[in-house]
Design a protein around this ligand. Structure first.
Ligand code: GLU
Length: 300
């Protein structure tokens, strides 16, 4: 066994809103192959923070599917539902530095991008009812990073997304905060995930800077889309993967990622993955934000 590379700690972080589908398998497989090719660790984090959106049994079903597809993780799974005290501590840290303010704007007042339009940043003392907690983003704040696949990204965060929510009005911690606290807790060095999350990354880097956390390397993969150009997701009725078809599901995901075709003689999932790890090449993955399922011969 090669020695594990402590310079590389990757992760797959599914939300248990439904079973694993081809879109989530592609993200899981790419992050797994990238980690294993670098003899790094690959962790799984269950992002089960948003109870209202959760589907009962989905977390266990996702984990079972990962196992059936030979995607075995290192270390214990981190469940976000057990992490509220860590998120609270991060909020306190931000609040102590004067970075937070309550916002009781209703949906009708918020801009289409969700920005506060009600001057809550300056009128905070008047709020007494339920309120979201936002972080102040200076209007001149920009974020620069180089995505390993999509290249240089420059976002004028203070102008495009402005003050964003870190704790929701329904008292749930926001995804942006939780993911940053947990990537730091798990010592994640490399994030490989779908391009649908590319516009979240500047907010996450901003929070990392505010919390004195390191910033991982990011890699945003093309997402697989239906004939109507929509991302595969539970909302778009992406079918659950059939675990008995793990070998062909993996082949399909490898084709989507433009990896070299494994020899037909590699009949088991383990053999297929060993070959895919050895031959993993991020350079082969198309640097685009989406690819239609039809391009790999799937009707969707
Ligand atoms: N939980 C998110 C999702 O399932 C992914 C979060 C991430 O990879 O940062 O879309």
């Amino acid at each position: 066994m090669p020695r594990s590379n402590i310079q590389y700690r990757g992760r797959f972080a599914p939300s248990p809103t439904g079973p694993l589908h081809l879109g989530s398998l592609i993200a899981a497989l790419a992050s797994f192959l990238d980690a294993r090719h670098s003899t790094g660790s690959w962790l799984v984090r269950m992002e089960d923070l948003d109870l209202p959106r959760e589907e009962p049994g989905a977390a266990d079903s996702i984990l079972h599917s990962l196992q059936c597809h030979g995607l075995h993780w290192d270390e214990n799974i981190l469940y976000q539902s057990t992490r509220t005290s860590a998120y609270a501590a991060a909020l306190t840290h931000l609040a102590d530095r004067g970075n937070l303010f309550p916002c009781d704007c209703t949906r009708a007042i918020l801009s289409t991008s969700g920005a506060c339009q009600g001057n809550c940043r300056t009128s905070q003392t008047k709020i007494s009812g339920p309120a979201a907690v936002r972080i102040s983003v200076p209007c001149e704040q920009d974020i620069l990073f180089t995505d390993r696949l999509q290249g240089p990204e420059h976002t004028l965060l203070g102008q495009s997304l402005q003050d964003f929510v870190v704790k929701r009005k329904d008292k749930l911690y926001a995804y942006q905060l939780a993911v940053v606290v947990d990537d730091a807790e798990q010592g994640i060095t490399h994030v490989v995930r779908g391009s649908d999350l590319l516009d979240s990354t500047p907010r996450q880097i901003f929070l990392q800077q505010r919390l004195d956390y390191p910033t991982p390397r990011y890699c945003h993969l093309p997402v697989i889309t239906t004939g109507q150009g929509q991302k595969f997701s539970k909302q778009n009725h992406a079918p659950a993967l059939d675990n008995r078809m793990a070998h062909s599901n993996l082949l399909c995901a490898l084709r989507f990622l433009h990896q070299c075709e494994p020899p037909a003689a590699l009949a088991s999932v383990e053999q297929l993955l060993a070959y895919a790890i050895e031959h993993w090449s991020l350079e082969q993955v198309p640097a685009v934000s989406s690819i239609p399922a039809a391009s790999i011969g799937l009707s969707a």
